[in-house]
Design a protein around this ligand. Structure first.
Ligand SMILES: Nc1nc2c(ncn2[C@@H]2O[C@H](COP(=O)(O)OP(=O)(O)OP(=O)(O)O)[C@@H](O)[C@H]2O)c(=O)[nH]1
Length: 349
């Protein structure tokens, strides 16, 4: 059978950069293309899947959205990603395009390398890797860690081979990019944007094209059809980990942790959110997202925090047979005091 290879676009970027928002927008302007979506997130709540399934795009139905939930996609390539792709390719109605959203903590390199596996390589090609950047977070210095503090930590613990986990991951995701989307430009001014461009450019050797966006609004014509074949170029995009461990020592996400907090109904969402903001900044929570059961309201409140910036909106009515609950996933560095964060959030309802 001589079938054309199906193009697959990999969308990566740090926690909260705007990947899901961009994909949601993409699904609404992809023309007649039938898209299959593979999504992976860090944390056990499946918020991204819920958001994307809720957008009701005809060219990407619930059946076309596959969630990989057994950990970060870059670490579960063999056990999770390859079997999922194989099944997808066996479907009678094959998609025109595959879009893969990595978790915000994933290294895209092992995923791209998986497209060289014999069974996959003959059927699919990586159309391009798109790295979404939170421009406001870059402008706020979120990825330029305090090198003195990091050096002090390394002096205390010689086993630390990383410079700083956040900075390193940010660079690894840029290193793999064919296209960089500088998102959230609404949150910074023109001078800030120039500084963000310079900083992002200084962290990439290959200098991929950079475009600007707000709310992930980029036309499908730009995102799909890059035609790169990135799997042939993995050797030029090595992550810090690959450069440091040429022997293939496994990479992990030990520096990051996530947990889910479940609590009862919230009576006053405004003060709940204000209190969460304080908890997030006190404990340096990187990302918090989920759904809130607001007392007396038929609608579910979706909550999205990236650092201490919190967005919230009523996204849909609770289902008749659905258990109403407030469930939030919290993601931070390993040293975050989980017990204290959990207790502080639980005390709010
Ligand atoms: N102000 C502003 N907010 C944005 C923009 N793009 C996304 N957001 C908001 O940022 C938050 C995180 O967006 P997501 O699309 O969920 O980010 P993500 O990269 O998928 O996050 P993870 O999957 O957790 O890594 C949401 O509250 C979005 O509404 C933007 O351009 N401007």
């Amino acid at each position: 059978m001589n079938q054309q290879k199906i193009p697959a676009t990999v969308i990566t970027g740090f926690l909260g950069a705007g990947k899901t928002t961009m994909i949601r927008n993409l699904l609404t302007n992809a023309g007649g293309k039938k898209i299959a979506l593979i999504i992976n997130e860090f944390g056990d709540l499946g918020v991204d899947g819920d958001v994307l399934k809720g957008c009701g795009a005809e060219n990407c139905t619930e059946d076309d959205i596959i969630e990989l939930t057994n950990g970060c996609i870059c670490c579960t390539v063999a056990d999770d990603f390859i079997p999922t792709m194989t099944k997808l390719l066996e479907r009678e109605q094959r998609p025109d395009h595959i879009v893969i959203e990595t978790s915000g903590l994933a290294l895209p390199q092992p995923l791209v390398a998986a497209f060289n596996w014999p069974d996959i390589r003959t059927q699919v090609t990586v159309d391009g890797v798109i790295t979404v950047v939170d421009s406001a977070a870059v402008a706020a210095g979120r990825f330029a860690d305090d090198h003195d503090a990091v050096d002090a930590r390394r002096a205390e613990d010689e086993s630390l081979d990383h410079e700083s986990p956040i900075e390193e991951l940010f660079e690894d995701q840029l290193t793999c990019a064919d296209l960089i989307v500088l998102n959230k430009t609404d949150l910074i001014d023109a001078a800030g944007l120039i500084r963000v461009r310079d900083e992002v450019a200084s962290r990439t050797v290959r200098k991929p094209v950079m475009i600007e966006a707000r709310n992930g609004e980029v036309s499908a014509g730009i995102l799909l059809g890059l035609g790169i074949g990135t799997e042939d170029d993995v050797a030029n995009r090595k992550s810090h980990h690959e450069l440091e461990h040429e022997d293939g020592a496994p990479h992990d996400h030990d520096e990051f942790d996530s947990f889910v907090v479940e609590l009862g109904p919230v009576a006053d969402p405004a003060s709940f959110i204000a209190a969460l903001r304080t908890i997030i900044s006190t404990h340096d929570v990187l990302r918090l997202k989920g759904f809130v059961d607001v007392s007396g309201k038929p609608m579910r409140l979706q909550l999205q925090a990236v650092g201490s910036r919190i967005d919230h909106y009523f996204d849909r009515a609770w289902g008749a047979s659905e258990k109403r609950a407030t469930r939030l996933v919290v993601i931070g560095l390993h040293e975050m005091d989980q017990d204290a964060v959990r207790a502080a959030i639980e005390a709010l309802a």
